[in-house]
Design a protein around this ligand. Structure first.
Ligand code: NAD
Ligand code: MG
Length: 353
């Protein structure tokens, strides 16, 4: 039996993970947690709504932690798993983006596996098969382009939260759905890929593939490019991570190849500045990715609240990146401070926007 601690159990990833666990006789839920929503109908020996996730993990002693919490608040659970050598199935990309080198150092000490749940990174992980970065010419992250693909800046001035929440291919929680509409999600994924696979930013490309069938691909130095294709369904990467290396059966429908058309397009970096901002934050290193993430969280919450226009999300983030010092974090306290500082700066900009 593999004992799974599911954090963020009431969310989009959490609910699909429960389906996977219930269908697999060798997986059992040992703990389930949410932020504030009740865990109605979710049975586990240890449950918790709100509060300190590391205390829950200490008590539950899981074999694998599925971190499906949304936002930087998932940081403590990510570091707990990595530090304790417990396998981490990571959906909560914000924690890896923010913690970066600190997370990798914790993993080296702990010795557990870091298994991506983000579909693109699960795809890359599978195409890479553990190969060293020097065999890789480039990682190619794919993205749908979100609901506003093809629009001009003028056409984005008045978009509502409802419009941003209408994603063309994926059904996800509100924060990541807005991130998909600004391309901040692809920016976070760029930084996530850098830390997961040790590939420098200049060798990580982003391409749009509007139907979300190609989940990402790897260009190798011998000229081969391996792609991972499938319907957009998070149960596939969730199952892969939870049952790794077994690759257990799932009820997913096989791809109907004759019904597919695969078109690719370059992302529009001028209309959607968040992707370039993320690349800049990633290349600067230190706590710049943490600041990018923190400011984005503040801006997205304000947009969803009707307090910030869509186009100002990127302005808030650009401004925060310019004003933080970005000094590397030596420990979690440094990181929490960098996060708080960027949130405060972003909050100031939101207030006057
Ligand atoms: P969601 O909003 O649907 O769910 C978030 C979950 O986190 C909820 O269960 C909520 O109660 C819980 N939560 C929030 N704060 C918490 C706290 N302090 N302690 C414990 N639990 C807390 O979000 P989602 O779409 O499921 O996304 C979760 C994470 O997975 C995000 O980091 C997202 O970027 C990532 N992700 C999601 C998808 C997807 O298809 N939904 C795909 C790739 C990556
Ligand atoms: Mg993704």
């Amino acid at each position: 039996m593999k004992r799974v601690a599911l954090l963020g159990a009431t969310g989009s990833i959490g609910r699909q993970a429960i389906e996977i666990v219930e269908a697999h006789p060798e997986l059992e839920l040992c703990a389930a947690a949410s932020g504030s929503s009740p865990l109605d109908g979710i049975a586990a020996p240890f449950t918790q709504v709100g509060g300190d996730l590391t205390e829950l993990l200490d008590r539950a002693e899981p074999d694998v932690v599925l971190n499906a919490v949304v936002g930087f608040t998932g940081i403590h659970a990510t570091l707990w798993a990595l530090e304790h050598g417990v396998d981490l199935a990571l959906a909560n990309k914000e924690s890896l983006v923010a913690a970066g080198d600190l997370a990798l150092a914790a993993q080296r000490r702990g010795g557990g596996r870091l298994l991506p749940v983000d579909s693109e990174h699960s795809a890359l992980f599978q195409c890479l098969e553990g190969r060293e970065p020097d065999q890789v010419a480039a990682l190619v992250l794919t993205g749908s382009g979100g609901p506003f693909r093809g629009r001009t800046r003028d056409e984005l001035a008045d978009v509502t939260p409802e419009a941003a929440l209408a994603h063309p291919t994926w059904r996800m929680g509100p924060k990541i759905t807005v991130d998909s509409s600004t391309l901040a999600n692809k920016g976070l994924e760029l930084i996530e890929a850098h830390f997961l696979f040790g590939v420098p930013y200049e060798r990580i490309e982003v391409i749009l593939q509007p139907t979300s069938i190609v989940h990402s691909l790897v260009r190798f130095r011998d000229g081969a490019a391996l792609a991972h294709i499938g319907y957009p369904d998070m149960r596939a990467p969730i199952s892969f991570a939870l049952t790794y290396p077994e690759r257990a059966a799932t009820p997913l429908a096989p791809l109907d190849l004759t019904s597919l058309t695969l078109e690719f397009a370059a992302p529009d970096l001028e209309t959607f500045p968040m992707l370039a901002l993320a690349r800049e934050a990633g290349e600067r290193g230190g706590t710049y990715p943490c600041a990018f993430n923190a400011a984005n969280e503040v801006a997205v919450a304000a947009f969803l609240d009707g307090r910030l226009p869509f186009l100002s999300i990127a302005e808030v983030v650009a401004d925060a990146i310019e004003r933080v010092d970005g000094a590397p974090a030596n420990d979690i306290d440094d990181l929490l401070e960098a996060d708080a500082r960027a949130r405060a700066l972003a909050g100031e900009t939101v207030a006057v926007a």
